[in-house]
Ligand binder design. Sequence first.
Ligand code: CP
Length: 322
Amino acid sequence: MNGLQLNEQGRLKHFLGIEGLPRDLLVEILDVATSFFNVNQKTVKKVPLLRGKTIANLFFEPSTRTRTTFELAAKRLSADVLNFNISASSTSKGETLVDMLRNLEAMHCDMFVVRHSEGGAALFMAQHVVPSIHIINAGDGQHEHPTQAMLDVYTIREYKGNFSALRVAIVGDILHSRVARSEIHALKTLGAAEVRVIAPKTLLPRHIESLGVKTFNNLRQGLTDVDVVIMLRLQRERMQSALLPSEHEYYQYYGLTESILEHTHPDAIVMHPGPINRGVEIASSVADGARSVILPQVSNGIAIRMAVMAMTLGAHSEYKEG
Ligand code: CP
């Protein structure tokens, strides 16, 4: 995949997944996002870096946070944004993805931001678009959600600093989670001391240890002394069969409550990519509590998406913080 997403100079051409990307590039994305962060605090939240560029959001699956923060990020970089309504598009009338791409190419777009239910959809598009178009993966099936992982590691760096001493636990439906896969790749590449995944056996992918993580089936044991807890929702829409007895029972064993949180490091932060399901994987008092950084994650997503779009289009070096 990296042969396609990096150009000959090792710069981002497309952003399809975290797996295999070099540490220096991940750190550069975090640093560029830091430089953009203040744009979002200003009265006039705009810089002219992508003036004249056209970015199309192609979301074949529902989204709240990712689609809107990509749109905001593009607009804050002064790009023109096209939000393509897939359910009302000609793909719903039988048009192939490649034919749809050819038509969007004819409109002289510069970038497609793609969410799709099939793993590999963003890669497929990168293989089939003309060389002038850049593809960003906004989540493909159970494969990767790279900008979500980058905003998560950005948030971890903001609250915890260096990764080298950190124990991070990812809890919940690891089996169906593109977020977990991208986060594991990002955390391992950035040198996190320990990455744990905690889930019932039915929600852990086989051979997940090969990614360098420790697995736990017991929530209390898995959370002991961790610095960061990342909760995931149950992805019912991807479950082919009954993998759990009931949500009530799941909450009893895997729900993050205030009493369970006491087993973590006293300064541990709580994260969640959203959408959260209160009373299923997380108690309201934890989601809204002092250790939760769930809403800062959303804000950080704008800076990360600005960074990835500017870097992919080769425009970030023109930016001077003012
Ligand atoms: N985290 C995430 O991908 O949320 P959305 O589905 O709302 O975009």
